[in-house]
Design a protein around this ligand. Structure first.
Ligand SMILES: [Zn+2]
Length: 478
């Protein structure tokens, strides 16, 4: 399976290091590689203060020492890597994403192949996103095969977690979307609901995804890319009885359940039914103490997907980030041309739902801050890889939106790193610490002063090895 997931990535180990350690020549390098990163700052990822003038020792891919340089000696024979006063940040973790659906301006499940899924995983790696939980759009066993082949691999990769296909009501959202019509498992009674979970468990999914949405708040004319793509009307919504059965069946199989949700009422009912995660913002009204208390009591996690909710109108606004090379490095020119085309932009601005969507986004930002302040388990989720959202870039954009919502940059990084890793149950990613792999990005400016500094990546290191990012860009033209 190696061939599917490393197109064009060349590992440059010694090239990043000072060399000259004299410990036996290039042939033996993989057996004993120690790198001493110095002359830079380090963000641990757990919310603790940045370590200035730090050093990191990575021994055969694993961090064996980290802290102020004054306390970390250079191991005899170790290669030196000069961080040039840059700052190291641990890999980000995306708790809600998608892979494999886009080829240039063509988006949909028909594009889902192992190769196209891998291109998106490479996009995540390019931007220092160390893992992605794909929620509901993995067809067949492709994602499980990629995941299982990744296990124990020391080849640079972004780890995939999968829920396989998500579950919705018969003719429910998003089966009404032409490009997603074959994606959800549609259930109409409790027997089918339980069987769907049993089938997913048999496929060894990591968790279950459900959609609880009836489209009602966005019914009417909807434009995408300047063209009217649908005239949405309400669709059947997964009933409380059915999602209760799904949650019960999943928990019996040791699986958690995360829900796509829009409304406060649905969120409350889902939490009461035992759902484990809410993976979009509540957008119809302000969250209230009843929901907050229930989420805290049941330890329900939450990913706001702010960047996802913003795209409903952001291309009308033509934000500065559309012109960033950091974005354009991984998004094809054809896609950028469309999203900046004047007719397309006008279409976004004239979308009849646009004012509603702006209100929903503002509410999403407020609700996120409220839930964060209340101590709800919050993770970074973007929905990137869904239409008009871009894997890798959007995780950095999401942190900026978290800061706009009121978090400090360090809090946003904490959410994007350790807090998200904890949600996915990972004990080996999400922070830089002794015993964990040396997986981090380095950025020239201080992201704790301005979070947008995370969007200027100088290098990505996987297990202490420099990832050859420029060679990956060849695969990003589709
Ligand atoms: Zn999604």
């Amino acid at each position: 399976m190696n061939r599917v997931w490393l197109p064009g990535i060349v590992l440059l180990l010694a090239a990043a290091c000072g060399g000259g350690d004299g410990n036996g020549g290039a042939e033996e390098v993989p057996e004993d590689v120690v790198v001493y990163f110095e002359n830079g700052n380090v963000i641990i990822g757990d919310g603790s203060p940045m370590i200035e003038d730090a050093a990191i020792v990575v021994d055969n891919g694993v961090i064996t020492a980290i802290g102020p340089r004054s306390e970390i000696a250079h191991p005899p024979g170790a290669d030196r890597y000069d961080m040039s006063e840059h700052t190291a940040i641990p890999f980000l973790i995306n708790v809600h994403g998608h892979v494999g659906y886009r080829r240039n301006n063509d988006f949909g499940s028909h594009n889902y192949t192992p190769e196209n899924a891998q291109v998106d995983l490479n996009r995540y790696l390019y931007y220092g996103v160390g893992a992605v939980a794909v929620r509901g759009t993995d067809l067949g066993d492709t994602a499980m095969q990629i995941r299982d082949a990744q296990a124990g691999s020391e080849t640079p990769h972004t780890r995939i977690y999968t829920s396989g296909r998500g579950i919705t009501a018969a003719r429910g959202f998003p089966s009404d979307r032409d490009e997603l019509s074959d994606v959800p498992i549609q259930v109409s009674n409790e027997t089918e609901a339980r069987q769907a979970v049993a089938d997913l468990a048999a496929m060894n999914v990591d968790f279950v995804k459900i959609w609880v949405d009836d489209n009602r708040q966005i019914s009417g004319q909807v434009f995408r890319g300047g063209e009217r793509v649908n005239n949405f009307s309400s669709v059947p919504k997964l009933s409380a009885a059915l999602y209760a059965a799904i949650i019960d069946e999943a928990h019996q199989s040791g699986l958690t359940v995360a829900a796509h949700v829009r409304s406060l009422a649905d969120a409350k009912a889902l939490v009461a039914a035992g759902v484990d995660g809410i993976i979009h913002s509540i957008r119809d009204q302000a969250v209230d103490p009843e929901l907050i208390d229930a989420m805290l009591e049941n330890d329900v996690f939450f990913t706001p997907t702010l960047a996802r909710h913003q795209i409903e109108f952001v291309y009308c606004d033509q934000p500065d980030w559309l012109r960033e090379s950091f974005l354009r490095e991984s998004v094809s020119g054809a896609v950028i041309s469309r999203l900046t085309n004047s007719a397309v932009v006008r279409g976004y601005c004239e979308n009849l739902n646009e004012p509603t969507r702006r209100q929903e986004f503002a509410r999403a930002m407020e609700n996120f801050k409220t839930l964060y302040d209340a101590g709800v388990r919050v993770g970074l989720g973007t929905d990137s890889g869904a239409a008009e959202t871009f894997p890798g870039y959007f995780e950095h954009l999401e942190m900026e939106l978290m800061v706009e919502a009121g978090l400090t940059p360090m809090e946003a990084i904490h959410v994007g790193a350790a807090r998200s890793a904890e949600i996915l149950g990972m004990d080996d990613l999400g922070a830089l610490a002794v015993g964990l792999p040396g997986n981090f990005i380095i950025v020239p400016e201080d992201p704790t002063a301005d979070i947008s500094a995370s969007r200027n990546i100088a290098e990505v290191f996987f297990r202490g090895e420099r990832v050859e990012r420029s060679s990956m860009m060849v695969d990003f033209s589709n």
